[in-house]
Design a protein around this ligand. Structure first.
Ligand code: CP
Ligand code: NVA
Length: 326
């Protein structure tokens, strides 16, 4: 049985046991079922939550906001340029001020150190809504989606193809290993996750019955995969690397052929979103080769990307309820 997460921060999945992660997934599933029948709770009634965003967001911002409202809390959006954080005031000072006014703080931004500093000084739970290093709430939604599809996580093969060292890939490795999955990163060597992290997740997988593979070979990496997962090739803050990434990652684009290489007609496609899958956005028109997934796959029957996006709401709600209400 997982213990209570009351009062805990949620900065990265490495800080949580497999049982604690499974407890959050179970809670998210219950909250989702309740919402489906129109049942909203009051688990966060009377609480206020600060939402700090240094980087833009659609899903994470909206999931935190709607989750607060569903459970009776007040969300306060603090965007880049709205507050003094790091410019005129230290992170530690901002943390101590917000911690006296709010019951919990979400941070999305660049340096992971910033969210750690907030957590060290706020005195209330701090949740990581994405840093350059980690995107832990995303992975809860991803694995919930996989669990809904296949009824289990242990032994399920999840192949992440693309930039293997970004926040989503790194978090997928940790989450997959903790949950006993057969987790793979399929990427060019130049974009492999760092060896220390790979060693850490291999050790975790050794305890959970999971498996970790990091490979340059698409054929090897996706063979037998139940799910293929990808993300943009240049993350927020890496816009100057787009041309270099296109050159490196073109062979790792998710195509119908890659889905077929799994050998599993029931395999699903996942993407954290936002995605480049056609040329209907400004950035894609500027860089026509930027698409990390074919439109045919993104829009196809194997795609679960919008189920996954909805699951951001239920899983983020679970994180807030577990850490603020127990
Ligand atoms: N997947 C995700 O974090 O989306 P946003 O950047 O829109 O929050
Ligand atoms: N790796 C991406 C994830 C976006 C949700 C980024 O950091 O921009």
């Amino acid at each position: 049985m997982a213990g209570s997460l009351l009062g805990r921060h949620f900065l990265k999945l490495l800080d949580f046991t497999p049982d604690e992660i499974r407890g959050l997934l179970d809670l998210a599933a219950r909250l989702k079922a309740d919402r489906r029948v129109g049942r909203r709770g009051a688990r966060l009634a009377g609480k206020s939550v600060a939402l700090i965003f240094e980087k833009p967001s659609t899903r994470t911002r909206c999931a935190f906001t709607v989750a607060c409202i569903d459970e009776g809390a007040h969300p306060e959006y603090l965007g880049k340029g709205d507050i003094q954080l790091g410019k005129k005031e230290t992170v530690a000072d901002t943390a101590r001020v917000l911690g006296r006014m709010f019951d919990g703080i979400q941070f999305r931004g660049f340096a992971h150190r910033t969210v750690e500093q907030l957590a060290a000084h706020a005195g209330v739970p701090v949740w990581n809504g994405l840093t350059d290093a980690w995107h832990p709430t995303q992975i809860l939604a991803d694995v919930l989606t996989v669990q809904e599809e296949f009824g289990r996580l242990e032994g399920i093969a999840l192949a992440y193809a693309g930039d293997g060292r970004n926040n989503v890939a790194r978090s997928t490795l940790v989450g997959g290993a903790k949950l006993g999955m057969d987790v793979r990163v399929v990427a060019p060597k130049a974009l492999f996750p760092e060896p220390d992290l790979v060693a850490t997740v291999r050790a975790i997988a050794g305890e959970t019955g999971g498996k970790v593979t990091v490979t340059e070979s698409v054929e090897e990496g996706v063979r037998g995969a139940h799910a293929i997962y990808t993300d943009v090739w240049a993350s927020m803050g890496e816009e100057d690397k787009i041309a270099e990434r296109i050159a490196l990652l073109k062979p790792y684009k998710v195509t119908r052929r890659m889905m077929e290489l799994t050998g599993r007609p029931e395999a699903i496609f996942l993407h954290c979103l936002p995605a480049f899958h056609n040329l209907e956005t400004d950035m894609a028109r500027q860089h026509p080769e930027i698409c990390e997934v074919e439109d045919e796959v993104f829009e196809g029957l194997q795609s679960r990307v919008f189920e996954e996006a909805e699951n951001r709401l239920h899983t983020i709600k679970a994180v807030m309820v577990a850490t603020l209400a127990g």
